[in-house]
Design a protein around this ligand. Sequence first.
Ligand SMILES: C[S@@+](CC[C@H](N)C(=O)[O-])C[C@H]1O[C@@H](n2cnc3c(N)ncnc32)[C@H](O)[C@@H]1O
Length: 227
Amino acid sequence: MSIKYDSVMPWGRSFKEYRSMFALSEHDLKKRIVGCGDGPSNFNAILTKQRGSIISFDPLYRFSATEIRSRIDKCYPEVLEQTRKNSSKFNWTNIRSVEHLGQVRKTAMEEFLTDYSTGREEGRYVDASLPKIPIGDKEFELALCSHFLFLYSESFSQNFHLQSVEELCRISSEVRIFPLVDLNAKKSRHLEPTLSQLKDGGFDVKVETVPYEFQKGGNQMLRVRNL
Ligand SMILES: C[S@@+](CC[C@H](N)C(=O)[O-])C[C@H]1O[C@@H](n2cnc3c(N)ncnc32)[C@H](O)[C@@H]1O
């Protein structure tokens, strides 16, 4: 059986996972950071507590905290069920079981929900969708995109991927994207054409192995810079 969702799931990873999947150093965390598709992750909440600079863009942020909570509650059993049925596609070393996965995600999403209303008032959670982010050129030093591009390769075209990466490079000096596999832990079919078009367009493109691997084989991050 394959993992297949009707829409992009509101599912949030933790600050610790972001640090590991994007190989974020202490120096990186002091940069002006933009997160695209941060959804209900607690990365923004925790980095803000640590006095970091971050704005997250996601179409999810058009909704109130109550509406987001009910969306999370609706998708939660489905994601856990599909993960259980496809458990051989995941590494159960750090996250030990489907139940443990549920706890880790729920903790991160609760931290997000606690921070959300304040963060929205402060302009840290902004409703916007790739491939167009309403921000001037190079406003950020580091753009992060976790578990949206390449992961949902069946739902978005290769052209969407290229335009989105170019847009992230427009608003930020450096872009990191993780993972490079799709929902079924297969290398994204959009990866190679996107890499080659980015190289042709004069971007510096690197695929790097990182110390995070929950989906089997999903331990690579794409780093893109404008030359
Ligand atoms: C699976 S969640 C990942 C959340 C978070 N980045 C993480 O890793 O925990 C994917 C997120 O992508 C967001 N999304 C969907 N379409 C988008 C778009 N066109 N531009 C930016 N984000 C989008 C969804 O709302 C959702 O919050």
